[in-house]
Design a protein. Structure first.
Length: 317
């Protein structure tokens, strides 16, 4: 996180605006894996505190260009003073569309850090954390209408069961969904505290871990995180130039599985090997990381949130 650049007119101290907002995980591993060309064009799909973006800018020359996407309006305040960066206040699922608007058809590298920023967790009014008493919101893009409170109030018991089971791996997801459906009309849920009170009778095991899993499931649904990831991955083969690299950091087994499958076979589902299949699929990406890169012991000591981070990298053939 100590990447520097002596270029005039550039404000590239990785720690400067990222400090207190978000510590970039697997920073050196990710920047190195992108194999950055000084005159290349790069995309940071998840600008956040700008840590990874500063690492990319530090490797770029005067003719290099970086497009930084972030749907959270708060992220824009972290932009460095650098004419080589273009900020796009949109979800990265719209990557190709906005690159084309800027007359860019191909890029040399794409980075996505799918973790929720520390800033979002630490702002009570955002509703991401069980530690606060703010509104039950969880929207990364506050222009969108769907909130955690709306999901709890309107989703069917079956829909709730599905998201708690798939996105949160909640042990008693069916019981939790049934309890919410039966009691929500008598206990309105518009705040974090109201939700915690509603589900308290069915909390199982360690309350902090249990609620963290439930909150994760709701957050992933509110922001359609899996849908956005699939749409972005599907654009990678068209957006990357030959020899360009894509580096994605995941924090959840479902995300990691999607990335792994897409890198390997260009689809999101497991495709078993068929010894009788005579036509091999055309490979588009060459996998650089055979196994996901994880945080070192030193990074784990500095940033506990890096514990579940996995970095996968592929190169356009």
């Amino acid at each position: 996180m100590d990447a520097q650049n002596g270029k005039k007119g550039s404000d590239l101290d990785v720690n400067q605006s990222a400090a207190g907002y978000h510590i970039p995980v697997l920073f050196h591993e990710t920047i190195d894996a992108l194999n950055i060309r000084p005159d290349g064009i790069y995309v940071d799909c998840t600008f956040g505190g700008g840590g990874h973006s500063r690492g990319i800018l530090a490797k770029l020359g005067e003719k290099g260009k970086l497009f930084a996407f972030d749907q959270d309006a708060d992220a824009e305040q972290n932009l460095p003073r650098d004419e080589r960066i273009v900020f796009v206040p949109q979800n990265f699922r719209h990557m190709q569309r906005f690159l084309r608007l800027h007359k860019v058809n191909a890029v040399d590298g794409i980075l996505a850090d799918l973790g929720v920023s520390s800033h979002q967790f630490d702002q009570g009014d955002r509703g991401f954390s069980t530690r606060f008493t703010g509104p039950f919101d969880m929207r990364m893009d506050r222009r969108q209408p769907l909130t955690a409170a709306v999901i709890v109030a309107t989703y069917t018991e079956q829909q709730l069961h599905k998201i708690f089971e798939q996105y949160g791996e909640v042990s008693n997801s069916k019981t939790l969904a049934k309890h919410i459906a039966q009691h929500r009309n008598h206990q309105p849920v518009t705040t974090i505290e109201q939700f915690k009170s509603l589900v308290s009778p069915v909390v199982k095991g360690n309350p902090n871990k249990y609620l963290a899993q439930v909150f994760q499931a709701l957050r992933m649904e509110v922001n359609d995180e899996m849908g956005a990831l699939k749409e972005m991955l599907a654009q990678v083969p068209q957006v990357l130039a030959p020899g360009g690299r894509v580096a994605i950091i995941t924090f959840h087994s479902i995300e990691d599985r999607l990335v792994k499958n897409f890198f390997r076979q260009g689809s999101f589902e497991e495709v078993p090997d068929n010894p009788f299949e005579s036509v091999r699929r055309q490979e588009i990406l060459n996998i650089i990381t055979r196994k996901p890169v994880t945080a070192t012991d030193e990074e784990l000591k500095r940033n506990s949130r890096s514990r579940s981070a996995k970095l996968r990298v592929a190169e356009k053939i």
